[in-house]
Write a protein that binds this ligand. Structure first.
Ligand SMILES: Cc1cc2nc3c(=O)[nH]c(=O)nc-3n(C[C@H](O)[C@H](O)[C@H](O)COP(=O)(O)OP(=O)(O)OC[C@H]3O[C@@H](n4cnc5c(N)ncnc54)[C@H](O)[C@@H]3O)c2cc1C
Length: 463
């Protein structure tokens, strides 16, 4: 049966489009964090939307599940198959075309496999900004960031990916193609169905192309690294910066001193200011003149008021990039340091200092010996509260941290999604009516549960 399917897939896609050799399957079989090893029946690499539709129809006819995969940088194990050896991974790696960049209409149209950095660079080349920015942008794809509704460092100013998608083309689980590649700023004509697919992690349809919204490229930017006495002072600094610099602030990232020590240890990168317990990386950007003076005045003010202890403002693009390296290398440094449990949580912004105190107390009490690597998008209330686990069980650490998140009315997945990693944790927290909505949507679009089964919702829950 499976050999018949493979032979039909070969007829459809040709030898470049079908991977079956065990050694070639490896890269597609395991997630970036190496937590979820899977075993695909095969990997298909369609070259266009019609081929994606053909694959989905064929797999459906054989009752075979399809797992969409972009850059495979996801943090929740969503892009890899299970270990049954029966699922087909559909890689978008041959659908990388950047179809159009329109500097007047301020839109960019790309195929789903286009790497995010390529799309950013194409926008910049015509003086426009694609403000989706994350440390994995050199590998993450347009389809992947849409399927996960990714966040990143610019959410504070520009919103999540959802806010930047104007049009979408999706192959549905029955193999039909929903072509919504419109480039309209305003379109209230009926249900905005594309929203269902943004953030659905490949469980409702396969994104094959998208139209993204661009913005003017700011002409100047200021990047500063500040050390702050504690997270409460970081919030005071945020308020002060917002009062004085308004919506020019595009990033406001909190980093524990211990996180920067990991970066120094594993990448040899040193922070250029005095040691401290907490640091904030701030970026502001504008096309109007006077930004630098205003930023320096605001940060000087923060120092005077004691919200910040020390700080530096980058003097060049090179220095700004070096400051960003400190932030962007934290995830990789953590991976080099040892086994960790990641928590991608959000809580209401004013409650962050108290959340950090209570989560720390809970871990010290119930999981002694663990170390916290905490950093994240403070301006969005989103922290990566990761725990180096020192022999403790992952489930235990998850429970401890997520219980505190619950007490603060927070979310257990602010931007990384649910994948297979957090399905049980999500289902524990959603009310029966909320789960019923999710199940009805899934069943309406994918009644046979053949598109990325077991991700976002458990399989049993859908029955
Ligand atoms: C160092 C590092 C830093 C990161 N920083 C951030 C960050 O700041 N913010 C953030 O939000 N994330 C971050 N991530 C996570 C990750 O980069 C994002 O989730 C990204 O959106 C995934 O894109 P991808 O192309 O790699 O998708 P994949 O990992 O391949 O897939 C992710 C999910 O989307 C589905 N999918 C992929 N392509 C499609 C498609 N075309 N159609 C339908 N479904 C599809 C997959 O099935 C899977 O469920 C980071 C990851 C790393 C490694």
């Amino acid at each position: 049966m499976s050999s018949e399917l493979l032979s039909k897939l070969l007829d459809l896609l040709g030898p470049n489009g079908l991977v079956t050799e065990a050694s070639d399957l490896e890269g597609y079989s395991i997630d970036w964090r190496h937590l979820f090893p899977g075993k695909p029946l095969a990997v298909v690499r369609p070259a266009n939307t019609a081929e994606v539709a053909g694959v989905v129809k064929l797999c459906r006819a054989y009752g075979t599940a399809v797992v969409p995969q972009g850059g495979n940088t996801g943090m929740a194990g969503g892009a890899v198959p299970d270990a049954s050896g029966t699922q087909v991974v559909l890689s978008l790696s041959r659908m990388t075309a950047l179809r159009e960049v329109d500097p007047v209409g301020m839109t960019l149209e790309a195929e789903a496999g286009c790497v995010l950095k390529t799309a950013q660079d194409a926008a910049a080349a015509v003086g426009r900004l694609l403000p989706i920015s994350l440390a994995a942008e050199g590998s993450a794809t347009v389809g992947g960031v849409i399927a996960t509704n990714a966040g990143g460092v610019n959410v504070l100013r520009y919103g999540m990916v959802r806010a930047l998608v104007l049009g979408l083309e999706v192959v549905l689980p029955d193999g039909s193609i929903a072509d919504g590649l419109r480039r309209l700023r305003k379109d209230n004509a009926g249900y905005d169905w594309k929203q269902l697919f943004i953030g659905s992690e490949g469980t409702l349809g396969i994104v094959t192309a998208a139209v993204l919204r661009l913005l003017p490229q700011p002409k100047s930017s200021v990047t500063a690294l500040m050390s702050v006495p504690d997270p409460k002072a970081a919030l005071d600094l945020l308020a002060c910066a917002q009062d004085e610099l308004g919506d020019t602030i595009s990033a406001f990232e909190l980093m524990a001193g211990s996180s920067l020590k990991l970066v120094e240890k594993h990448f040899g990168l040193r922070r250029p200011i005095a040691d401290g317990d907490w640091f904030v990386l701030i970026e502001a950007a504008s096309s109007l003149s006077g930004l630098r003076e205003a930023a320096e005045a605001a940060l000087g003010n923060a120092l005077e008021q004691g919200f910040a202890l020390d700080g530096t403002v980058a003097e060049s693009g090179r220095q700004a990039a070096d400051l960003w390296q400190l932030r962007e290398r934290i995830t990789e440094s953590e991976a080099k340091e040892g086994k960790s449990v990641k928590h991608d949580v959000s809580v209401p912004i004013p409650l962050i200092p108290q959340f950090l105190v209570e989560a720390g107390i809970a871990l010290e009490r119930d999981a002694p010996g663990t170390r916290v690597n905490c950093f994240g998008h403070l301006g969005d209330g989103n922290l990566h509260y990761n725990v180096l686990i020192d022999g403790h069980a992952s489930d235990e650490i998850n429970r401890i941290v997520h219980d505190v998140v619950d007490r603060f009315g927070g979310s257990i997945s602010a931007e990384h999604g649910i994948g297979q990693y957090r399905v049980a944790e999500l289902e524990k927290r959603r009310s029966a009516p909320e789960l019923a909505i999710a199940r009805r949507i899934k069943t309406a679009l994918d009644p046979e549960d053949l598109l990325n089964p077991g991700k976002v919702l458990s399989r049993a829950e859908r029955a």
